[in-house]
Design a protein around this ligand. Structure first.
Ligand code: JCF
Length: 674
C-alpha cells in the first residue's frame, strides 16, 4: 500500500512537471529541459500508470498519444451557439463599424477602446473545462451542433489537459472558444513526410489542420503538429472580468495559449494602424492569418451592442487580401533562366490574389508539374504570399472538364534549341548550350570576361547589357570582332574608353588553357576543376574528346562533373563558338598531358604570404600549379613550403612554429627551374 501511495505521489509530481515543460515548449516557445530528460520523465510516468492502472487520469500527459480509433464522432449540442464574425474588406467598412459602435453607445466623437488580435486561418473549436480539468472539445459544426473531437484535442500539445499556472482557482465550468491551426513550418515538414511516405500532401496549413482534427484515429492526430489559440469564452461560470483584454490575461494565466500579438487600441485610427502593422508582419507570423479581429474591449459595451442574427454587432473581422484564389490554366510555357534552368510556368486567366492581378505562376520544375498533375484547362489554386512569386498550389480535380495530355518537358531548349539535361537525382532541367543560348548570354559573357577567366577589364554589367540588348554581341566569340564603330554608338562610351576596352579584349587573346576552360562556364566546373583539367589533358582537343570514364581519371572529378563536361562539349552550338574563339585568335600554350611528372614541385603544397618582389600572387600561383604543385590559403602540418614576401603575417609565424620550409622569391624560382 505504501508502494501505491508513493507511486501516486510520484505520478502527480511527474504530471505537473511534464505539463510545465509542455507549456514552456509549446506555448512559451522556450524549452526548459533537453528532449532526452523530458522523455525520461514521460517514460517514468507511463511505467507507473502501467503498473498501477488505477492511477491513470484523463488529464495525464500520457493520454496525448491517442487511444483506440472511433467509428464515428459523437454529436455535441453547443449550450451557447458558436457564432461567426461579420467581415470588413475596406477601410470604409471599418469606419462604418466604428461609427455604428459609437452611435450604439451614444459616444459621439470620443474614441472607443478596442481589443484587437490576428484572425486565425484555422478551425473554430470549443473546449470545456470542469473544475480545471479538460473534459470535452467539439468542432463548430453548424454553430449549434458540432462533433465531439475530445480524444483528438487531447493530443494537441499546447491545449492544457488541466488548467494550471499562476492562478489556481478554477471555475466549475469554463467553455473556451478558439481555433486549431498548424504552423507553416510544421505544415511544410508534415507535407515532406507525407510525400516521402507516398501519402497525400495537403494544399495549405488550414486543410492540413482540418484533415488532422477530423481523424477517427486519435493516434494519427497525435502525430500531427496541431496548435490551439483561444480568442474568448462562452461560459466562465462566475463573474466575467471587466474587459476582453482582462479575460485574455486570465486565460493566459491558466496556461491557455493566446495570441502574443493581441493589443488594445483606441479609435478608428488605432484600428487602421493595427491592421497595417499586422499586415506588414503577416509573413513573419508562424501561422497563416486572413485578417485581424476588432471587438469592443469592455463587456458592458459589448452587451449594449448585442448581436445581429448569427454574429456579434460589437466585433468585426477586417480581412486581408486573400493569398489564394481559383483560376484556370490557359497554357504551360517553359522559361529559360540566366543560368540555363528550364522553369515551367502556368499562364493563367487573370485573377486578383494577394492584392495584385496575377497572370503567371511558377510550377518550379518538371517533377512538381507531374506531382501536382497540372494540365492545360485545369482549375487551380494559385497562391501569392507577400513578395513571393505566385505559385500553383494544387489542381481542383473535380473541376477538370477536359483531359488535356500530361505536361512533358521539352528535350531541347525553347530559347536556342540546344539539348537539355536533367541529372539523375536533380530536380532542375538545364539547357546545355551555355555559350550560345540567348537566355544565358549576359551571364555567359560576364563570366567569360571575369578576372579569373579571360580577364577583360572594363567589360562589366552595364556594357554587357547594352551589347546584348542591341544584338551587337551574341556569344563570347563576337567580342573579338568588335570595332570602335560598334562601341561609340553606345551610351556613355567615349573614344578613350572604347579604345581601352578594345585593347583589353585584344590582350585577353593570350591566355592559359586553365583560364580558357574556366571561361567556358561549364556547369559544376569551377576554377580548381579547370586547372586540374588543363594539367591532366594538356590540350583542349584532348579534353573535348574525353568521355566520362576518362574525365573521372582526373583528381577530384566525380560522375556529376564529368557528365556536365561531356554534355557541354557534346552540344554542337558550344563547339561552334569554341572554334570561332580559336579562329579569332584566342590562344594559349598547350603542354603535354601530365608533362610535369618529374617536377620537384609535383604534389607539393604551398602557401603564399606577403608581397613578393617581382611576381604577383596570381603569377606565383599559376607557375606553381603549372608544375603540379598546389596552393592553399592556410598553413597546416601538411604544408610543404611557405613562400614569404614583404610584410608576411601570421602565416609566416605559423610556419616557423611548425618548422615548415620557408622560401623567398629567389628560392621559389630556383625550385621552379629544377
Ligand atoms: O480568429 C480570431 N482571432 C477570432 C475568430 C476571434 C474572435 O473573437 C471570433 C472568431 C470567430 C468567431 N469570434 C467569433 C464569434
Amino acid at each position: 500500500m505504501a508502494d501505491l501511495r508513493t507511486a501516486a505521489e510520484r505520478a502527480i509530481t511527474l504530471r505537473s512537471e511534464i505539463a510545465r515543460h509542455d507549456y514552456a515548449y509549446y506555448v512559451l516557445d522556450a524549452p526548459t529541459i533537453p528532449d532526452a530528460e523530458y522523455d525520461r520523465l514521460f517514460r517514468e510516468l507511463r511505467d507507473i500508470e502501467t503498473q498501477h492502472p488505477q492511477l491513470l487520469t484523463p488529464d495525464s500527459p500520457t493520454q496525448r498519444v491517442g487511444g483506440a480509433p472511433l467509428t464515428e464522432f459523437g454529436q455535441v449540442q453547443h449550450r451557447i451557439p458558436m457564432l461567426s464574425l461579420n467581415n470588413a474588406f475596406t477601410e470604409d467598412e471599418v469606419l462604418a463599424f466604428d461609427r455604428r459602435c459609437r452611435e450604439g453607445l451614444n459616444l459621439g466623437d470620443s474614441e472607443i477602446e478596442y481589443a484587437v488580435e490576428p484572425k486565425y486561418d484555422g478551425l473554430a473549436i470549443t473546449l470545456i473545462y470542469e473544475n480545471g480539468m479538460f473534459v470535452q472539445g467539439a468542432t463548430r459544426g453548424d454553430g449549434n451542433t458540432g462533433e465531439d473531437v475530445t480524444l483528438n484535442l487531447r493530443t494537441v500539445r499546447n491545449i492544457p489537459l488541466h488548467l494550471d499556472g499562476s492562478v489556481s482557482v478554477y471555475p466549475a465550468r469554463l467553455e473556451v472558444r478558439g481555433e486549431v491551426l498548424m504552423f507553416r513550418k510544421d505544415f511544410e515538414k508534415l507535407n515532406q513526410q507525407q510525400r516521402d511516405a507516398g501519402l497525400k500532401v495537403f494544399v495549405n496549413p488550414r486543410n492540413a489542420a482540418a484533415g488532422s482534427l477530423r481523424q477517427l484515429d486519435p493516434k494519427i492526430t497525435a502525430q500531427r503538429p496541431l496548435r490551439f489559440f483561444a480568442y474568448g469564452v462562452a461560459e466562465l461560470g462566475g463573474a466575467l472580468p471587466e474587459s476582453h483584454a482582462a479575460l485574455m490575461e486570465q486565460l493566459a494565466a491558466w496556461n491557455l495559449p493566446v495570441a502574443k500579438e493581441r493589443a488594445v487600441v483606441r479609435g478608428r485610427g488605432g484600428l487602421l494602424d493595427y491592421y497595417a502593422r499586422i499586415g506588414t508582419a503577416r509573413d513573419t507570423l508562424p501561422y497563416d492569418i486572413d485578417g485581424v479581429v476588432y471587438k469592443l474591449n469592455r463587456y458592458a459595451d459589448q452587451e449594449q451592442l448585442g448581436f445581429v442574427s448569427r454574429a456579434p454587432r460589437f466585433a468585426i473581422a477586417h480581412k486581408f487580401p486573400a493569398q489564394e484564389a481559383l483560376t484556370t490554366v490557359e497554357a504551360i510555357d517553359v522559361q529559360v533562366g540566366r543560368t540555363g534552368a528550364l522553369t515551367p510556368v502556368a499562364r493563367l486567366a487573370p485573377v486578383f490574389v494577394g492584392g495584385v492581378t496575377v497572370t503567371n505562376a511558377t510550377l518550379h520544375n518538371e517533377d512538381e508539374v507531374l506531382r501536382k498533375d497540372v494540365r492545360v484547362g485545369d482549375t487551380v489554386i494559385v497562391r501569392r504570399a507577400g513578395d513571393v512569386i505566385p505559385e500553383v498550389v494544387a489542381v481542383v480535380l473535380e473541376k477538370r472538364a477536359i483531359m488535356a495530355p500530361q505536361f512533358v518537358m521539352p528535350k531541347t531548349c525553347p530559347e536556342c534549341g540546344s539539348a537539355v539535361e536533367k541529372p539523375e537525382d536533380e530536380a532542375i532541367t538545364r539547357c546545355t548550350g551555355g555559350l550560345y543560348c540567348p537566355a544565358q548570354r549576359k551571364q555567359a559573357l560576364l563570366h567569360f570576361a571575369s578576372r579569373r577567366a579571360l580577364d577583360i577589364e572594363g567589360l562589366g554589367d552595364k556594357l554587357v547589357e547594352q551589347l546584348v540588348d542591341q544584338a551587337i554581341v551574341k556569344t563570347p566569340a563576337d567580342l573579338y570582332s568588335l570595332d570602335p564603330g560598334n562601341l561609340l554608338k553606345l551610351e556613355r562610351m567615349a573614344e578613350k574608353s572604347a579604345t581601352n576596352i578594345l585593347a583589353a579584349i585584344d590582350k585577353s587573346k593570350q591566355t592559359t588553357l586553365a583560364r580558357f576552360i574556366y571561361a567556358l562556364g561549364i556547369r559544376n566546373a569551377g576554377e580548381a576543376t579547370a586547372k586540374e583539367l588543363a594539367r591532366h589533358f594538356g590540350g583542349l582537343d584532348a579534353l573535348m574528346q574525353a568521355d566520362e570514364a576518362a574525365l573521372q581519371q582526373v583528381p577530384d572529378i566525380g560522375p556529376v562533373v564529368a557528365a556536365s563536361i561531356v554534355s557541354f562539349f557534346a552540344e554542337p552550338h558550344n563547339r561552334v563558338v569554341i572554334a570561332q574563339l580559336r579562329a579569332a585568335g584566342v590562344y594559349w600554350t598547350e603542354g603535354e598531358a601530365a608533362r610535369v611528372v618529374s617536377s620537384a614541385i609535383l604534389g607539393k603544397t604551398f602557401v603564399l604570404t606577403g608581397t613578393l618582389p617581382s611576381l604577383t600572387r596570381e603569377e606565383a600561383q599559376e607557375r606553381i600549379e603549372a608544375l603540379g604543385g598546389k596552393v592553399k590559403s592556410s598553413v597546416s602540418a601538411k604544408t610543404d613550403y611557405v613562400v614569404a614576401g614583404a610584410e608576411a603575417g601570421s602565416k609566416l609565424d605559423k610556419a616557423l612554429q611548425l618548422g615548415i620550409t620557408i622560401l623567398d622569391e629567389t628560392q621559389l624560382l630556383e625550385l621552379l627551374h629544377t
